[in-house]
Ligand binder design. Sequence first.
Ligand code: MG
Length: 312
Amino acid sequence: MDQLKQLKSKFLGSILGSVIGDSWGARYEGKYYGSFRVEDFQLVGGMYTDDSEMMKGVLQSLISNMGEFNGSHMANTFVKNYDYRRGYGPGTISVLMKIKEGHKWDQPAKEVFDGTGSFGNGAAMRICPVGLLYNDNLEKLIEIADQVSTITHTHPLGREGAVLQAYSVALAVQSNPRTFEPIDFIEKLQSIPYKLSSVYQKKLEKIHTYLISPPSREKAIRELGVDVAAPDSVPIAIYNFLNDPTNFYEVLHSSISCGGDTDTIACMSGAIAGAFLGLEKIPKNWLDIQEENDLFRQLAEELFELFIDKKT
Ligand SMILES: [Mg+2]
């Protein structure tokens, strides 16, 4: 495959990998590790949740604005796409309703959770298009990922989680599966030129240790976390990818079987694994049953064209 085709396959693999992880994981949200069996994706089907609906909004808005961040446009795209059946968190619902009522796009998110802002994983779960589009421009990736987050998540931990997830996607785009070293990947994440809070630094350090001396599954889940807080879900998504990077099935399966916020953890690890492996490594019968697979594929193609246009 020539280089351009390979790159396009990585864009498509990341977007669809994310949507499939979200859809598969959605059936098991809130369960505890060891208390359930993950059935094949073919059996549970491909209905996506808020994770993919918001990523769709990020894609649509970035494409409409030539890859630049337009806060009002993106916030209103989120509002337009909002479907309550997709399982949004209460903080995001309150933000979107206020924007719908006419509040300025960057105000409501500052007011949630008594004015501290949300540090949930809702910014990280939708950020993959930013990691793809700016995979070759880290400064811009950090800037845009942070801005996209602030529509709903203003707490530093929520925004840092999104930057870390976007950078993971970018590194996966640039990585070659034939020469890949998980330890190099985690060391690049650890040396990101961006202020990460100590909770993230410590968890990245743990992942580094795990890659040298693998822990039990229980220990990794206990120490990295599997809940809706960004620092308790972005790290395990990264670890689940690094644990078995060339096996798309296993990356998603391990992300779901760990329990907790399964849809978002699998959506984030699926975005990274898809960007690493490309679309060809996602089973065709999975793509066929995924809800709106044509629309997500088309948006991923448009994002890729935008990436190429920006380079030339
Ligand atoms: Mg969800």
